[in-house]
Design a protein around this ligand. Sequence first.
Ligand code: ADP
Length: 627
Amino acid sequence: MADKETAAPKPEVHEFKAEMKQLLHLIIHSLYTHEEIFLRELISNASDALNKIRFRMLTDRDVLDADADQLIDIKLDKEANTLTLSDSGIGMSREDLLGRIGTVASSGTLEFVKELKKDGGPVDASLIGQFGVGFYSAFMVADTITIETRHADKDSVGLRWTSDGGGSFTIEETERENRGTTITLHLKEDKTEFAEEWRVKNIIRKYSNFVDFPVHVEGERVNTVDAVWHKSKSDVTKEELNEFYKFVSADSDDALGHLQVSIEGMISFKALLFIPKKAPRGLYSEEYRYGVHLYSSKVFIQDDAKDLLPDWARFVKGVVDTEDLPLNVSREVTQNSPVIAKIKKVLTTKILGLLKEWAADDPEKFSTFSREFGPLFKSGLQWEFEHRDEMIELFRFESSVKEEDESTGFEQYVDRMQPEQKDIYYVLADSRASALRNPNMEYFKANDMEVLLMTEPVDAFIMPGIPKYKDHDLTSIEKADLKLDKKDRKGAKSLAKKDAKKLIDRFKEVLGDRVEDVRASERLVDSAATLVTGSTGMDAQTERMMRMMDENFESGKKVLEINTAHPLIRNLASLGDAEMVERSVLQLYDGAHLLEGTLENPADFVKRMTAFMEASTGASTQTGEDE
Ligand code: ADP
């Protein structure tokens, strides 16, 4: 047995998991632009580690180096070609090194790998922070990385982790007295610039100016640690805002707009919030991290503060700082805190106020907002009772009288209504093109009546909850009992009442209980027949959605409407009992389903169609022979 005193234990070698290897390979070979962001990632990790120890010491001072300065220190060595970053944060245990540094922590990593592979070409490295794999970005500039660390627990040991980013890493015990972590990057031959003081300082000013702890380079403090949100509105410059936004959001673009709030009274807080120009990655995924950081009297409490905003506003990034919370407030407490609930209430009103302002004064900005966040915003309607009406005012939809991508709201629709029109008409569809193809549109087109084209999946969810806008009923153009004025039907002559009734009876006989009813249509102009929603039924689109969620969903019966002025229908009326009539009825019925996207048996449909073609081509050949 080896003597413990003399034989220094050999470093343990650990293999990276396969996906980790893949990730490292991609980082080293496919990230080219913005490689300097590795420093932002390392500083952000150090700042997190400092926040963790600061938080713990609020209740427990029995830790290693209780009096250590809380700062981030960077040393550069041009000769050795190294950059060394130290923090006096919480440090890491062996489990941390293995579980957090050595392996892939979240599914985000795999997503990142996929994203990198998809593009093939050079990839913007600044994306990396959004995937929770920031540490590894250091391998863009370093050929070897060493982490020396010791956890703040008093019984911890010093540890050294080393890797060259290839297949493996090593861990060994070291002598280390101080709490915290020191990361040494041995820079690649062509990355010596990151051992230059001016370069490193510039990167810190650009990306890490607002970190909560002092960052020193060669003993000199570089960042301002300025709580921008404490300044008065007039003192904050545009540059500062942009810079701060990029810091809190890790976005490389400027924000679409911002909101600065300062409230004093029953509760006091300051907030500086931003709406991004583009929906942040993963906005709809379970793992999405909210981007509002909570501070208490300028001291960081938590990022990802979910409870400060309504769910529909989870794209908002920024900072909320209040004096009304204790510093050592835990996540559980913030969840149920009346202070947080009040702040949320105020912020909800303010955000809606900002959106209203954009809708009124800056349509272009507002349409960017609607395009990026409209569906999420609409989905919030179900939870928002107090602000319901305000939200509905801000909903945007495509319209039959507007160009593609040019959206409109209910208010503007009402302004454009025909003099005698009372209802607001809409159609649910999965695309603009299919909405416009719907035969039920014909009447509205012919009479210059606008129809809102509800093409976002969320529309089908929210519309049943919005029966009215002001005094106007919201009416689906697929509803059976539309009371329409018989205006322009292109002067085509309809069947006489008696003939129409006879033909309709024949339709009913053939279709039996497949339909709720068969009626003469008021709305068709060019098409011969259409399906509309029966008394128990739903829109075709809603039905399709229900069927997607529940395969046993039974759709309600439809009403078939026929255009009694259409030549085909008139022909059928004159054919009497001929067998051809029955087949035509079935074909019309199936054809209407085909247009709705709900045809169940295309084989029958095509078979009948073939028979019709055979008959009509046969007829023309016959005529040819006769001559
Ligand atoms: P992320 O920071 O998004 O979790 P990283 O790959 O950058 O992803 O870091 C992985 C984990 O390693 C961190 O979550 C943290 O637990 C640990 N870690 C990294 N750097 C430090 C540090 N300086 N001090 C303590 N822990 C650290």
